[in-house]
Design a protein around this ligand. Structure first.
Ligand code: PLP
Length: 399
């Protein structure tokens, strides 16, 4: 009899995590990993934030038994996330119109939202930006949705194809789910302006579309409150919408899988019904979330002293990335790269869309041990004073 798994085909490698495996196997001592979206400090180390270490110390000094958490997670965590994302004093928060559930990272928040939406409106279509984080398409497709794209990156002008974006939204059917990057667009680094967000919101509202904001990098663009302004704009519009939150990057807690999903509805009564259904999604997937990471984040966000420490540490990460952007422009110019490089400092967040093509990115890997994604995306947050010159020289060599 044939093996049960005889017909199982080998799945393609995840493009980014596959790159990591290739990086780890590369014996080149000068190799640089600019593929995965992880922040490292100027020594090339993944930081353990001081606020996280302090919270863990507090937690270890008063150890607690690990019972099951409520289905929607730690109450103090959900409340702190709502406060951070929407503002604790915002009337929508005070009115109880926002349901927040702890999730397994930002990915988990997106998947909970996708599964919830599939039950709510099984025939909807999902729109993601072209290009987007690789997992967006796969995640919404695996929740059962057809996924299409709206124009986003404008290669010729090194910016956003805003007219195309608006035209696509205007031609979309009511009920279409529109996934938007709240800040620090991954992979391009180009964010909409305030005025452009206003226009997007007006079109979404006029067309009866369903906004889903992915907030994976709050604090890495212009600041925690500044990056969060987009969410407030949606809140003020009166729309019902979804926000997924990730603390992987902003707390450097990648492996703890700390995130959330918030759903804004029209009333506290509606929100109660929404949360009850969201809990069913959670219960039938993984029952309830894990304790440690969310307890760390709740401890930090709910202590004025630790929160201040976090805000300072996040600012430090943000400022270092900005410094690396300026330094990259300088080093590329010094290496002889011609033309306007100001797009590098205009981009926000961890990534820069370099404009290099797949063949050039492959040469960077093979000849120089510089690992970026074939789309041309490089992680600026992994540049440091020790590797930036070599990276700039390698980029110049493949251009
Ligand atoms: N959304 C975007 C745009 C991301 O870039 C990422 C991570 O890279 C995520 C969501 C997922 O975050 P997490 O690692 O918390 O699941």
């Amino acid at each position: 009899m044939a093996s049960l798994f005889a017909s199982v085909e080998m799945a393609p490698r995840d493009p980014i995590l596959g790159l990591n495996e290739q990086f780890n196997a590369d014996p080149n001592p000068k190799k640089v990993n600019l593929g995965v979206g992880v922040y490292t400090d100027d020594q090339g180390k993944l930081p353990l934030l001081k606020c996280v270490a302090a919270a863990e110390k507090q937690m270890s000094e008063a150890p607690k038994a690990r019972g099951y958490l409520p289905i929607d997670g730690i109450v103090a965590y959900d409340k702190a996330v709502r406060g951070l994302v929407f503002g604790a004093e915002h009337p929508a928060v005070k009115a109880g119109r926002i349901a927040t559930a702890q999730a397994i990272g930002g990915t988990g928040g997106l998947k909970l939202g996708a599964d919830f939406l599939k039950r709510l409106n099984p025939d909807a279509q999902v729109l993601i930006s072209d290009p987007s984080w690789e997992n967006h398409r796969a995640l919404f497709e695996s929740a059962g949705f057809p996924v299409d794209v709206y124009p986003y990156y404008d290669a010729a002008n090194r910016g956003i194809h805003f007219d195309g974006l608006i035209a696509k939204l205007k031609s979309s059917k009511a009920g279409t789910i529109v996934l938007l990057h709240a800040c620090c667009h991954n992979p391009t680094g180009y964010d909409l302006t305030d005025a452009q967000w206003d226009e997007v919101i007006a079109v979404i509202q006029a067309g009866g579309l369903v906004p889903f904001l992915d907030m994976a990098y709050q604090g890495f663009g212009n600041g925690i409150a500044e990056d969060g302004q987009v969410v407030i704009k949606f809140l003020e519009s009166g729309l019902s919408f979804f926000v997924s939150t990730s603390f992987s990057k902003s707390f450097s807690l990648y492996g703890e899988r700390v995130g959330a999903l918030s759903i804004v509805s029209e009333s506290a009564e509606e929100s109660g019904r929404v949360l009850s259904q969201l809990k069913r999604v959670i219960r039938t997937n993984y029952s309830n979330p894990p304790t440690h990471g969310a307890q760390v984040v709740a401890t930090v966000l709910n202590s004025p002293e630790l929160r201040k420490m976090w805000e300072d540490e996040l600012a430090e990460m943000r400022d270092r990335i900005k410094l690396m952007r300026t330094a990259l422009v300088k080093e590329l110019s010094a290496a002889g790269v011609q033309g306007d490089l100001s797009y590098i400092t205009r981009q926000k967040g961890m990534f820069s869309y370099s404009g290099l093509n797949a063949a050039q990115m492959q040469r960077l890997r093979a000849e120089f041990g510089v690992y970026g994604v074939d789309s041309g995306r490089i992680c600026v947050a992994a540049l440091n004073s020790g590797n930036i010159q070599g990276v700039a020289a390698a980029i110049k060599a493949v251009m």
